[in-house]
Design a protein around this ligand. Structure first.
Ligand code: HAM
Length: 444
Protein backbone atom coordinates (compact mmCIF):
# COMPACT_ATOMS: atom_id res chain seq x y z
CA UNK A 1 0.00 0.00 0.00
CA UNK A 2 1.44 3.34 -1.04
CA UNK A 3 0.03 6.10 1.15
CA UNK A 4 -0.80 9.37 -0.51
CA UNK A 5 -2.30 12.58 0.71
CA UNK A 6 -6.06 12.84 0.36
CA UNK A 7 -7.33 14.55 -2.80
CA UNK A 8 -7.71 18.28 -2.26
CA UNK A 9 -5.28 18.42 0.70
CA UNK A 10 -1.69 19.58 0.55
CA UNK A 11 1.61 19.26 2.34
CA UNK A 12 2.92 22.71 3.08
CA UNK A 13 6.65 22.21 2.55
CA UNK A 14 9.51 24.18 4.15
CA UNK A 15 10.01 26.03 0.82
CA UNK A 16 6.68 27.75 1.44
CA UNK A 17 7.59 28.76 5.00
CA UNK A 18 8.68 32.36 4.19
CA UNK A 19 5.21 32.99 2.64
CA UNK A 20 3.30 31.40 5.51
CA UNK A 21 5.40 33.12 8.16
CA UNK A 22 5.00 36.50 6.44
CA UNK A 23 1.26 36.23 5.78
CA UNK A 24 0.34 34.85 9.22
CA UNK A 25 2.50 37.34 11.10
CA UNK A 26 1.09 40.20 8.99
CA UNK A 27 -2.55 39.22 9.63
CA UNK A 28 -1.95 38.82 13.37
CA UNK A 29 -0.06 42.11 13.72
CA UNK A 30 -2.71 43.93 11.70
CA UNK A 31 -5.61 42.41 13.64
CA UNK A 32 -4.00 43.63 16.86
CA UNK A 33 -3.34 47.08 15.35
CA UNK A 34 -7.08 47.32 14.61
CA UNK A 35 -7.99 46.25 18.16
CA UNK A 36 -9.05 42.64 17.48
CA UNK A 37 -8.43 39.82 19.96
CA UNK A 38 -7.85 36.19 18.99
CA UNK A 39 -10.43 33.47 19.59
CA UNK A 40 -9.76 29.81 18.75
CA UNK A 41 -12.79 27.58 18.47
CA UNK A 42 -12.76 23.78 17.93
CA UNK A 43 -12.20 22.34 14.48
CA UNK A 44 -15.44 20.37 14.75
CA UNK A 45 -18.88 21.25 16.05
CA UNK A 46 -22.41 19.86 16.01
CA UNK A 47 -23.60 19.52 12.42
CA UNK A 48 -26.81 21.41 13.28
CA UNK A 49 -24.81 24.57 14.09
CA UNK A 50 -23.57 24.85 10.50
CA UNK A 51 -26.83 23.61 8.95
CA UNK A 52 -28.75 26.32 10.76
CA UNK A 53 -26.09 29.03 10.71
CA UNK A 54 -24.80 28.76 7.14
CA UNK A 55 -28.13 27.53 5.69
CA UNK A 56 -29.47 24.10 4.61
CA UNK A 57 -29.77 25.14 0.97
CA UNK A 58 -26.25 26.48 0.57
CA UNK A 59 -23.66 24.51 -1.42
CA UNK A 60 -21.52 24.34 1.71
CA UNK A 61 -24.15 22.59 3.83
CA UNK A 62 -25.90 20.55 1.14
CA UNK A 63 -22.76 19.20 -0.60
CA UNK A 64 -19.48 20.12 0.98
CA UNK A 65 -19.39 19.27 4.68
CA UNK A 66 -17.31 16.50 6.23
CA UNK A 67 -19.88 15.02 8.56
CA UNK A 68 -19.88 11.82 10.59
CA UNK A 69 -21.76 10.16 13.42
CA UNK A 70 -19.71 10.14 16.58
CA UNK A 71 -19.44 7.07 18.81
CA UNK A 72 -21.97 7.23 21.60
CA UNK A 73 -21.92 5.57 25.04
CA UNK A 74 -21.94 1.76 25.22
CA UNK A 75 -21.65 1.30 21.48
CA UNK A 76 -24.72 3.42 20.76
CA UNK A 77 -24.70 5.90 17.92
CA UNK A 78 -23.47 9.35 18.97
CA UNK A 79 -24.27 12.82 17.70
CA UNK A 80 -23.67 14.14 14.20
CA UNK A 81 -20.45 16.18 14.04
CA UNK A 82 -18.90 18.24 11.24
CA UNK A 83 -15.42 19.62 10.49
CA UNK A 84 -15.85 23.38 10.38
CA UNK A 85 -16.56 24.60 6.83
CA UNK A 86 -16.10 28.25 8.00
CA UNK A 87 -15.38 30.14 11.22
CA UNK A 88 -18.38 32.43 11.65
CA UNK A 89 -20.99 29.98 13.00
CA UNK A 90 -18.51 28.54 15.53
CA UNK A 91 -17.40 32.00 16.69
CA UNK A 92 -21.07 33.00 17.20
CA UNK A 93 -21.69 29.80 19.18
CA UNK A 94 -18.67 30.67 21.36
CA UNK A 95 -19.91 34.26 21.78
CA UNK A 96 -23.27 33.00 23.06
CA UNK A 97 -21.91 30.11 25.13
CA UNK A 98 -19.19 32.18 26.87
CA UNK A 99 -21.56 35.04 27.73
CA UNK A 100 -19.72 37.58 25.55
CA UNK A 101 -22.86 39.71 25.44
CA UNK A 102 -22.03 40.88 28.98
CA UNK A 103 -18.57 42.10 27.91
CA UNK A 104 -18.10 45.60 26.45
CA UNK A 105 -19.64 45.74 22.97
CA UNK A 106 -18.75 45.37 20.21
CA UNK A 107 -16.44 42.37 20.53
CA UNK A 108 -13.75 42.32 17.85
CA UNK A 109 -12.53 38.75 17.38
CA UNK A 110 -10.18 37.14 14.88
CA UNK A 111 -9.20 33.53 14.19
CA UNK A 112 -6.68 31.71 12.02
CA UNK A 113 -6.82 28.00 11.22
CA UNK A 114 -7.83 25.16 8.93
CA UNK A 115 -11.24 24.93 7.25
CA UNK A 116 -12.72 21.90 5.47
CA UNK A 117 -14.98 21.85 2.41
CA UNK A 118 -15.48 18.94 0.06
CA UNK A 119 -15.27 21.05 -3.08
CA UNK A 120 -14.05 19.95 -6.50
CA UNK A 121 -10.28 20.49 -6.18
CA UNK A 122 -8.79 22.97 -8.66
CA UNK A 123 -6.38 25.88 -8.66
CA UNK A 124 -6.83 27.74 -5.36
CA UNK A 125 -9.66 25.43 -4.28
CA UNK A 126 -8.78 22.82 -1.68
CA UNK A 127 -10.64 20.49 0.66
CA UNK A 128 -8.51 21.59 3.60
CA UNK A 129 -7.40 25.21 3.48
CA UNK A 130 -6.72 27.99 5.98
CA UNK A 131 -8.63 31.15 6.73
CA UNK A 132 -7.92 34.39 8.52
CA UNK A 133 -11.34 35.40 9.85
CA UNK A 134 -12.38 38.60 11.64
CA UNK A 135 -15.73 39.51 13.20
CA UNK A 136 -17.12 42.62 14.90
CA UNK A 137 -20.05 41.49 17.02
CA UNK A 138 -22.51 43.78 18.79
CA UNK A 139 -22.64 46.91 16.64
CA UNK A 140 -25.00 47.89 13.83
CA UNK A 141 -22.99 51.05 13.09
CA UNK A 142 -21.91 51.22 9.40
CA UNK A 143 -18.49 52.17 10.73
CA UNK A 144 -18.13 48.52 11.85
CA UNK A 145 -18.63 47.42 8.22
CA UNK A 146 -16.06 50.04 7.26
CA UNK A 147 -13.58 48.70 9.86
CA UNK A 148 -13.82 45.22 8.33
CA UNK A 149 -13.38 46.61 4.81
CA UNK A 150 -10.44 48.75 5.92
CA UNK A 151 -8.80 45.79 7.69
CA UNK A 152 -9.16 43.73 4.52
CA UNK A 153 -7.83 46.47 2.27
CA UNK A 154 -4.91 47.31 4.56
CA UNK A 155 -3.95 43.65 4.77
CA UNK A 156 -3.59 43.18 1.02
CA UNK A 157 -1.98 46.58 0.54
CA UNK A 158 0.65 45.87 3.19
CA UNK A 159 1.29 42.45 1.65
CA UNK A 160 2.14 44.25 -1.62
CA UNK A 161 -1.05 43.90 -3.69
CA UNK A 162 -2.03 46.72 -6.02
CA UNK A 163 -5.19 47.82 -7.84
CA UNK A 164 -7.59 46.43 -5.27
CA UNK A 165 -11.24 47.20 -5.99
CA UNK A 166 -13.97 45.94 -3.66
CA UNK A 167 -17.03 44.30 -5.19
CA UNK A 168 -19.81 45.45 -2.88
CA UNK A 169 -23.58 45.16 -2.60
CA UNK A 170 -26.34 45.24 -0.01
CA UNK A 171 -28.66 42.26 0.48
CA UNK A 172 -31.17 44.21 2.55
CA UNK A 173 -32.86 43.00 5.73
CA UNK A 174 -35.77 40.65 6.51
CA UNK A 175 -38.17 43.49 5.76
CA UNK A 176 -36.99 44.52 2.29
CA UNK A 177 -35.17 41.40 1.08
CA UNK A 178 -38.37 39.32 0.53
CA UNK A 179 -39.78 42.09 -1.66
CA UNK A 180 -36.67 41.93 -3.81
CA UNK A 181 -36.65 38.12 -3.92
CA UNK A 182 -40.27 38.18 -5.13
CA UNK A 183 -39.40 40.71 -7.84
CA UNK A 184 -36.39 38.68 -8.92
CA UNK A 185 -38.42 35.50 -9.10
CA UNK A 186 -41.10 37.22 -11.12
CA UNK A 187 -38.45 38.49 -13.53
CA UNK A 188 -36.74 35.09 -13.90
CA UNK A 189 -39.82 32.83 -14.10
CA UNK A 190 -40.53 33.44 -17.82
CA UNK A 191 -36.96 32.25 -18.58
CA UNK A 192 -37.07 29.27 -16.19
CA UNK A 193 -36.89 26.67 -19.00
CA UNK A 194 -33.82 28.30 -20.44
CA UNK A 195 -31.82 28.49 -17.21
CA UNK A 196 -29.20 25.88 -16.32
CA UNK A 197 -30.80 22.95 -14.41
CA UNK A 198 -29.05 23.89 -11.13
CA UNK A 199 -30.42 27.42 -11.44
CA UNK A 200 -33.94 26.19 -12.19
CA UNK A 201 -33.70 24.35 -8.92
CA UNK A 202 -32.31 27.43 -7.14
CA UNK A 203 -35.11 29.56 -8.56
CA UNK A 204 -37.49 27.44 -6.53
CA UNK A 205 -35.47 27.03 -3.34
CA UNK A 206 -33.18 30.10 -3.08
CA UNK A 207 -33.78 32.53 -5.98
CA UNK A 208 -31.15 35.00 -4.74
CA UNK A 209 -28.42 32.47 -5.52
CA UNK A 210 -29.38 32.47 -9.22
CA UNK A 211 -27.95 35.99 -9.31
CA UNK A 212 -24.35 34.87 -8.79
CA UNK A 213 -24.69 31.87 -11.11
CA UNK A 214 -21.66 31.13 -13.25
CA UNK A 215 -23.61 28.83 -15.60
CA UNK A 216 -23.29 29.73 -19.29
CA UNK A 217 -27.00 29.14 -20.05
CA UNK A 218 -28.14 31.40 -17.22
CA UNK A 219 -25.82 34.38 -17.70
CA UNK A 220 -27.69 36.09 -20.61
CA UNK A 221 -30.83 36.42 -18.48
CA UNK A 222 -29.13 38.02 -15.52
CA UNK A 223 -28.13 41.34 -17.08
CA UNK A 224 -31.74 42.58 -17.08
CA UNK A 225 -32.51 41.40 -13.53
CA UNK A 226 -33.76 43.99 -11.04
CA UNK A 227 -31.16 45.47 -8.68
CA UNK A 228 -31.54 44.87 -4.97
CA UNK A 229 -30.32 48.41 -4.14
CA UNK A 230 -33.54 49.70 -5.75
CA UNK A 231 -35.59 47.69 -3.24
CA UNK A 232 -33.77 48.62 -0.02
CA UNK A 233 -35.83 50.20 2.75
CA UNK A 234 -34.70 53.54 4.22
CA UNK A 235 -32.63 51.97 7.00
CA UNK A 236 -30.74 49.60 4.67
CA UNK A 237 -30.27 52.33 2.06
CA UNK A 238 -28.87 54.76 4.65
CA UNK A 239 -26.58 52.05 6.03
CA UNK A 240 -25.23 51.19 2.57
CA UNK A 241 -24.71 54.85 1.62
CA UNK A 242 -22.80 55.46 4.83
CA UNK A 243 -20.48 52.50 4.29
CA UNK A 244 -19.76 53.72 0.75
CA UNK A 245 -19.17 57.27 1.95
CA UNK A 246 -16.55 56.05 4.47
CA UNK A 247 -14.78 54.10 1.74
CA UNK A 248 -14.75 57.19 -0.48
CA UNK A 249 -13.48 59.33 2.41
CA UNK A 250 -10.28 57.25 2.60
CA UNK A 251 -10.01 56.64 -1.18
CA UNK A 252 -10.69 52.91 -1.11
CA UNK A 253 -12.08 52.01 -4.55
CA UNK A 254 -15.23 49.92 -4.89
CA UNK A 255 -17.63 48.76 -7.56
CA UNK A 256 -21.27 48.17 -6.74
CA UNK A 257 -21.86 44.65 -8.01
CA UNK A 258 -25.61 44.06 -8.33
CA UNK A 259 -25.11 40.31 -8.71
CA UNK A 260 -23.04 39.82 -5.57
CA UNK A 261 -25.09 37.96 -2.94
CA UNK A 262 -22.48 35.51 -1.49
CA UNK A 263 -23.00 31.81 -0.96
CA UNK A 264 -23.92 31.75 2.72
CA UNK A 265 -27.45 32.44 3.92
CA UNK A 266 -26.75 34.57 6.99
CA UNK A 267 -25.94 37.84 5.24
CA UNK A 268 -28.00 41.01 5.71
CA UNK A 269 -27.17 44.49 4.37
CA UNK A 270 -23.50 44.79 3.31
CA UNK A 271 -21.79 42.00 1.36
CA UNK A 272 -18.40 42.29 -0.33
CA UNK A 273 -15.58 40.40 -2.02
CA UNK A 274 -12.15 41.13 -3.43
CA UNK A 275 -11.07 39.18 -6.48
CA UNK A 276 -7.44 38.29 -6.97
CA UNK A 277 -5.60 38.36 -10.26
CA UNK A 278 -4.51 34.94 -11.52
CA UNK A 279 -6.89 32.99 -9.31
CA UNK A 280 -9.09 31.81 -12.15
CA UNK A 281 -12.75 32.44 -12.84
CA UNK A 282 -14.03 34.72 -10.12
CA UNK A 283 -12.17 32.95 -7.33
CA UNK A 284 -12.35 35.40 -4.49
CA UNK A 285 -9.38 36.44 -2.41
CA UNK A 286 -11.79 37.14 0.43
CA UNK A 287 -15.44 37.65 1.21
CA UNK A 288 -17.60 38.91 4.00
CA UNK A 289 -20.50 41.02 5.11
CA UNK A 290 -23.05 41.76 7.78
CA UNK A 291 -25.15 39.07 9.51
CA UNK A 292 -27.53 40.87 11.88
CA UNK A 293 -29.87 37.88 12.37
CA UNK A 294 -27.31 35.12 12.92
CA UNK A 295 -26.81 35.20 16.68
CA UNK A 296 -30.56 35.22 17.28
CA UNK A 297 -30.95 32.35 14.81
CA UNK A 298 -28.43 30.38 16.87
CA UNK A 299 -30.28 31.01 20.14
CA UNK A 300 -28.67 34.23 21.41
CA UNK A 301 -30.24 37.64 22.02
CA UNK A 302 -30.68 39.72 18.84
CA UNK A 303 -27.12 40.97 18.16
CA UNK A 304 -25.78 42.52 14.96
CA UNK A 305 -22.43 41.53 13.49
CA UNK A 306 -20.16 41.95 10.50
CA UNK A 307 -17.01 40.13 9.39
CA UNK A 308 -14.92 38.64 6.63
CA UNK A 309 -12.57 35.77 5.89
CA UNK A 310 -9.69 35.33 3.50
CA UNK A 311 -8.04 32.12 2.30
CA UNK A 312 -4.35 32.09 3.20
CA UNK A 313 -3.48 29.72 0.32
CA UNK A 314 -5.20 32.10 -2.10
CA UNK A 315 -3.22 35.06 -0.76
CA UNK A 316 0.05 33.14 -1.20
CA UNK A 317 -0.92 31.97 -4.67
CA UNK A 318 -1.74 35.53 -5.74
CA UNK A 319 1.55 36.78 -4.26
CA UNK A 320 3.42 34.17 -6.29
CA UNK A 321 1.47 35.00 -9.45
CA UNK A 322 2.27 38.67 -9.04
CA UNK A 323 5.91 38.12 -8.11
CA UNK A 324 5.53 39.48 -4.58
CA UNK A 325 8.41 38.06 -2.53
CA UNK A 326 8.14 37.56 1.23
CA UNK A 327 11.08 38.66 3.40
CA UNK A 328 13.74 35.96 3.85
CA UNK A 329 13.64 34.09 7.15
CA UNK A 330 16.55 34.20 9.56
CA UNK A 331 18.51 30.94 9.48
CA UNK A 332 21.37 29.81 11.73
CA UNK A 333 24.67 31.26 10.53
CA UNK A 334 27.01 29.31 12.82
CA UNK A 335 27.92 25.62 12.47
CA UNK A 336 29.67 23.86 15.35
CA UNK A 337 32.01 21.01 14.31
CA UNK A 338 34.24 18.75 16.41
CA UNK A 339 37.03 16.22 15.99
CA UNK A 340 36.20 13.48 18.50
CA UNK A 341 33.98 12.46 21.43
CA UNK A 342 35.79 14.72 23.93
CA UNK A 343 35.40 17.69 21.58
CA UNK A 344 31.75 16.76 21.00
CA UNK A 345 31.02 17.32 24.69
CA UNK A 346 32.49 20.84 24.44
CA UNK A 347 30.55 21.40 21.22
CA UNK A 348 27.28 20.47 22.92
CA UNK A 349 27.91 23.07 25.64
CA UNK A 350 28.99 25.66 23.07
CA UNK A 351 25.90 25.29 20.87
CA UNK A 352 23.72 25.53 24.00
CA UNK A 353 25.44 28.76 25.12
CA UNK A 354 25.13 30.28 21.65
CA UNK A 355 21.42 29.51 21.39
CA UNK A 356 20.75 30.79 24.91
CA UNK A 357 22.43 34.03 23.83
CA UNK A 358 20.03 34.26 20.87
CA UNK A 359 22.55 33.18 18.24
CA UNK A 360 21.19 30.74 15.62
CA UNK A 361 23.52 27.74 15.55
CA UNK A 362 23.64 24.16 14.27
CA UNK A 363 25.72 21.26 15.56
CA UNK A 364 27.16 18.44 13.41
CA UNK A 365 25.43 15.04 13.66
CA UNK A 366 26.60 11.51 13.13
CA UNK A 367 30.21 11.32 14.34
CA UNK A 368 31.56 11.99 10.85
CA UNK A 369 34.99 13.26 9.76
CA UNK A 370 35.73 16.97 10.06
CA UNK A 371 35.80 17.17 6.25
CA UNK A 372 32.29 15.70 6.02
CA UNK A 373 31.12 18.07 8.77
CA UNK A 374 32.52 21.05 6.81
CA UNK A 375 30.56 19.91 3.74
CA UNK A 376 27.42 19.92 5.88
CA UNK A 377 28.26 23.42 7.10
CA UNK A 378 28.41 24.60 3.46
CA UNK A 379 25.23 22.75 2.51
CA UNK A 380 23.25 24.33 5.33
CA UNK A 381 24.33 27.79 4.18
CA UNK A 382 26.05 28.75 7.45
CA UNK A 383 28.56 31.59 7.16
CA UNK A 384 30.79 30.57 10.03
CA UNK A 385 32.06 27.29 11.47
CA UNK A 386 33.34 26.87 15.01
CA UNK A 387 35.72 23.91 15.07
CA UNK A 388 36.95 22.12 18.16
CA UNK A 389 40.01 19.89 17.62
CA UNK A 390 42.81 18.45 19.81
CA UNK A 391 44.69 21.75 20.22
CA UNK A 392 41.50 23.67 21.00
CA UNK A 393 40.62 21.18 23.73
CA UNK A 394 44.04 21.67 25.29
CA UNK A 395 44.03 25.46 25.09
CA UNK A 396 40.31 25.97 25.78
CA UNK A 397 39.85 27.77 22.49
CA UNK A 398 37.99 27.29 19.23
CA UNK A 399 38.74 27.82 15.54
CA UNK A 400 36.43 30.41 14.02
CA UNK A 401 36.30 29.86 10.25
CA UNK A 402 34.69 32.24 7.78
CA UNK A 403 33.28 29.76 5.25
CA UNK A 404 32.80 32.37 2.52
CA UNK A 405 36.33 33.73 2.69
CA UNK A 406 38.05 30.49 3.76
CA UNK A 407 39.86 32.42 6.50
CA UNK A 408 40.17 31.27 10.06
CA UNK A 409 41.45 32.34 13.47
CA UNK A 410 41.91 30.76 16.87
CA UNK A 411 39.74 32.42 19.52
CA UNK A 412 39.84 31.80 23.29
CA UNK A 413 36.56 30.26 24.41
CA UNK A 414 36.11 33.10 26.92
CA UNK A 415 36.10 35.70 24.11
CA UNK A 416 33.99 33.74 21.70
CA UNK A 417 30.64 35.30 22.45
CA UNK A 418 31.97 38.79 21.76
CA UNK A 419 33.69 37.63 18.57
CA UNK A 420 30.60 35.96 17.23
CA UNK A 421 28.20 38.78 18.00
CA UNK A 422 30.60 41.46 16.75
CA UNK A 423 31.40 39.67 13.53
CA UNK A 424 27.99 38.95 12.17
CA UNK A 425 24.35 39.58 12.68
CA UNK A 426 23.68 36.04 13.77
CA UNK A 427 20.86 36.62 16.17
CA UNK A 428 17.72 34.75 15.13
CA UNK A 429 15.90 35.59 18.35
CA UNK A 430 16.58 38.41 20.77
CA UNK A 431 18.78 37.28 23.66
CA UNK A 432 17.37 37.26 27.17
CA UNK A 433 17.57 40.78 28.58
CA UNK A 434 20.40 40.96 31.07
CA UNK A 435 19.24 41.99 34.50
CA UNK A 436 20.67 45.28 35.67
CA UNK A 437 23.23 44.70 38.40
CA UNK A 438 21.09 46.08 41.19
CA UNK A 439 18.19 43.77 40.23
CA UNK A 440 20.56 40.81 40.08
CA UNK A 441 21.82 41.71 43.54
CA UNK A 442 18.28 41.94 44.88
CA UNK A 443 17.42 38.55 43.35
CA UNK A 444 20.22 37.03 45.41
P1 HAM B 1 -16.31 32.37 2.08
O1 HAM B 1 -16.48 33.35 0.97
O2 HAM B 1 -17.03 31.10 1.97
O3 HAM B 1 -16.73 33.16 3.38
O4 HAM B 1 -14.77 32.08 2.27
C1 HAM B 1 -13.84 33.11 2.53
C2 HAM B 1 -12.56 32.89 1.75
O5 HAM B 1 -12.02 31.59 2.02
C3 HAM B 1 -12.71 32.88 0.25
O6 HAM B 1 -12.78 34.21 -0.27
C4 HAM B 1 -11.43 32.19 -0.19
O7 HAM B 1 -10.31 33.06 -0.12
C5 HAM B 1 -11.28 31.15 0.90
N1 HAM B 1 -11.79 29.86 0.42
C6 HAM B 1 -13.08 29.44 0.39
N2 HAM B 1 -13.16 28.18 -0.09
C7 HAM B 1 -11.90 27.80 -0.36
C8 HAM B 1 -11.31 26.59 -0.86
N3 HAM B 1 -12.04 25.52 -1.16
N4 HAM B 1 -9.95 26.54 -1.01
C9 HAM B 1 -9.19 27.61 -0.70
N5 HAM B 1 -9.68 28.77 -0.21
C10 HAM B 1 -11.01 28.86 -0.05
C11 HAM B 1 -16.76 32.62 4.64
O8 HAM B 1 -16.20 31.59 4.95
C12 HAM B 1 -17.44 33.51 5.65
N6 HAM B 1 -17.47 32.80 6.93
C13 HAM B 1 -16.73 34.85 5.76
C14 HAM B 1 -17.33 35.74 6.80
C15 HAM B 1 -16.85 35.97 8.04
N7 HAM B 1 -18.44 36.45 6.65
C16 HAM B 1 -18.68 37.11 7.78
N8 HAM B 1 -17.72 36.81 8.62
Amino acid sequence: MKYQRIKGTQDILPEAEPYWAHVTSTVQALARRFGFEQISTPMFENTALFARGVGEDTDIVSKEMYTWLDRGKDGEQGESLTLRPEFTAGVMRAYIENGFASRPQPQKLYSVGPIFRREKPQKGRYRQFHQFNAEIIGSDDPVADFEILLLTHTLYRELGFKNLVFQINSTGDPECKPRYVAALKQYLLPYADKLAPTDRDRLERNPLRVLDSKERETLPYLSGAPHIVDYLNDDCKKHFDEVLSYLSAVDIPYQINHRLVRGLDYYTKTVFELWGEGLGAQAALCGGGRYDGLIELLGGAPTPGVGFATGIERIIMSMQDQGIEPPALARPQVFVAYLNEAAKLVAVKLVTDLRNAGVGARIAFGGRSLKAQMKDADRTGCRFALIIGEDELKTNSVILRDLGKSEQASVPMADLQTWVTNLIDVRTTPPQEEQPESAAEEAK
